[in-house]
Design a protein around this ligand. Structure first.
Ligand SMILES: *[C@@H]1O[C@H](CO)[C@@H](O)[C@H](O)[C@H]1NC(C)=O
Ligand SMILES: *[C@@H]1O[C@H](CO)[C@@H](O)[C@H](O)[C@H]1NC(C)=O
Length: 143
């Protein structure tokens, strides 16, 4: 009886351990954070694959007289992404939400996600390279 409950405890322990280690928090751009001029397409390619339930953390300071504003949008589809077209895009993080611990976005769905900075009507996305796409795959450890 006693050994059975110890076994059960162990199973619960290892189950929670694996769920902790397999959903990661990933800082977008690493030490570059979320800024103008860093190649996020390149970053996303080097950091792939991304898994369902991972979270992306966007870090950017709120704007002031010396810090330009940034934001995070999910663009509608591939064409919007290629053109940096914000029409129909969904705001994920406003200009003030990237401060402190950053803005966290959980990759709940297994579908392409097209992220971009929405500032200056797409200029940060186009010229600033502040865009990337991820297609989270199934976490193999969760069946
Ligand atoms: C950004 O990185 C991608 C992937 O490595 C590359 O194809 C592209 O040319 C780069 N863009 C610029 C402007 O350097
Ligand atoms: C603007 O914000 C940056 C980053 O948070 C900070 O380092 C800087 O001191 C601020 N500048 C002013 C003028 O408030």
């Amino acid at each position: 009886m006693a050994s059975k409950s110890v076994l059960l405890l162990l199973v619960v322990f290892f189950a929670s351990l694996s769920s902790l280690s397999f959903s990661e928090k990933i800082i977008v751009g690493d030490s570059n954070h979320w800024r103008f001029g860093f190649n996020y397409t390149d970053w996303a390619m080097k950091n792939a694959p991304f898994y369902q339930h991972d979270s992306l953390v966007f870090m950017y300071d709120p704007p002031n007289s010396t810090t330009p504003p940034h934001s995070v949008y999910l663009l509608k589809d591939l064409n919007s992404f290629l053109a940096c077209n914000l029409k129909g895009a969904k705001l994920v993080g406003s200009v003030v939400q990237g401060g402190g611990q950053g803005l966290e976005f959980v990759l709940k769905k297994r579908k392409p996600h097209y992220f971009a900075c929405g500032e200056h009507s797409g200029v940060h996305c186009n010229l600033g390279l502040m865009k990337f796409s991820v297609f989270p795959i199934k976490d193999s450890c969760h069946g």
